[in-house]
Design a protein around this ligand. Structure first.
Ligand code: PMP
Length: 382
């Protein structure tokens, strides 16, 4: 891998030199050369059910309020580096102090900050695959060693194995995702407690989708300094395009995060939008409830399809497994339905993930998938 990446870089550099006399640049850091950049595989389609977004945009009345707030933002001034107004709103809602909340440029930034602060050369990240791929990417980017406790065949966390691995004491941080992306399952509070007690590693519980499972380990923050909780505005609150996430954690832990974060990562416009949305978050309750109801309806229909294995989900997406999944993915796309293709991902062979859309979008997905599966059965191929 290293050799082939080296050669690719060398040949790209020399052919450039040969054609337009541009001076070649030296190689990037060795651990970067082999990395593959994140590709959300976003292709425009009629039914976009691939990225776990909220199918409904911010409601019109609230959108008008958001626009008024944006109009008042001074554009010539740097934003409040810590987004204190938004921190206060979130702290208050969670019964915490401002210093126990940290805002980031999406959950993604806070995940990178986790690897910057708790990872690095000589440090160890414990991953629980299959899970959100960004975790491992951040470890590689920061030269952090990755050890794994893979999920069981039914995609549940192997609880005893995870606790046993942590008990060895060499792990610096781990991430438990609840609900997990892309498998949809949650972890119990009693298990998280066991994990927190197994070592002094930092344990991030990624609750990006917790509004759909209605489960949180927030009460454990009082007793465990080694716990941080990650949340986002991208899913339940329809703000994937705005990029705001946040951490709940202990003051000492968050002060370490402050050392590695980009000082102005959360721009003033995003702060204004997220604050207006958070203050009016009751407006999203109906949409969340409808997603949960639709998830159950879609799951029931999928269970009835021969040849399709659907995994139970407490989130706003469902993981599916079937023969020839990548051909099914193409068949869905050719009918205007974009789902996420994991068919060639380690531990997720032959899996696709569908996000819950509007009832009409879900119907369209079910109809097209049903046709593909039925035709596959009748002629023996897809
Ligand atoms: N955690 C999980 C499990 C996710 O699936 C995502 C988004 N795909 C994130 C964190 C980050 O979301 P964002 O950066 O949009 O806040």
């Amino acid at each position: 891998m290293q050799d082939s990446a080296d050669r690719a870089f060398a040949s790209a550099s020399s052919s450039r030199r040969g054609t337009d006399e541009m001076r070649a640049v030296r190689k990037p850091a060795p651990h970067v050369l082999d990395l593959v950049s994140y590709d959300p595989k976003y292709i425009p389609a009629e039914v976009m059910v691939s990225a776990n977004e909220n199918p409904r945009d911010v409601p019109d009345g609230l959108r008008a309020m958001v626009m008024r707030a944006v109009r008042q933002v001074p554009l010539n001034r740097y934003p409040d580096p810590l987004a204190n107004g938004l921190r206060d709103l979130i702290a208050q809602a969670n019964g915490l102090d401002r210093d126990q909340v940290l805002i980031g440029n999406g959950g993604d930034e806070l995940l990178l900050d986790t690897a910057l602060a708790w990872g690095g050369p000589g440090r160890v990240f414990l991953n629980v695959p299959p899970t959100f791929s960004v975790y491992e990417g951040n470890a590689l980017l920061t030269n952090t060693a990755v050890v794994e406790v893979p999920r069981r065949a039914d995609f549940q966390v192997d609880e005893d194995a995870l606790v046993a691995r942590l008990s060895r004491g060499d792990v610096d941080f781990t991430i438990l995702t609840s609900p997990n992306n892309p498998t949809g399952d949650t972890v119990s509070e009693s298990f998280v407690r066991r994990v927190l007690e197994a070592s002094d590693a930092l344990v991030v519980v990624d609750e990006a989708y917790f509004e759909f499972s209605r489960k949180t380990v927030r009460p454990l923050l009082e007793s465990y300094e080694n716990l941080v909780i990650l949340r986002t505005f991208s899913k339940a609150f329809s703000l994937a395009g705005v990029r705001v996430g946040y951490l709940l954690g202990n003051v000492r832990v968050l002060s370490e995060y402050k050392k590695v974060r980009q000082p102005y990562s959360v721009d003033a416009i995003s702060q204004a939008i997220a604050s207006a949305v958070y203050e009016n978050r009751s407006e999203f309750v109906f949409g969340i409830e409808q997603i949960v109801a639709e998830r159950e309806r879609v799951y029931r229909q999928l269970k009835r399809m021969d040849g399709v294995e659907a995994f139970p989900s407490e989130s706003n997406f469902i993981l599916l497994r079937m023969a020839d999944a990548s051909a099914v993915w193409s068949g869905l796309l050719s009918c205007g339905v974009l789902v996420r293709d994991f068919s060639r991902t380690r531990y997720l062979e032959n899996c696709l993930r569908v996000s819950i859309g509007t009832p009409q979008e879900n119907d369209r997905f079910l109809e097209v998938l049903g046709d593909i599966v039925a035709s596959g059965k009748s002629d023996g191929k897809r």
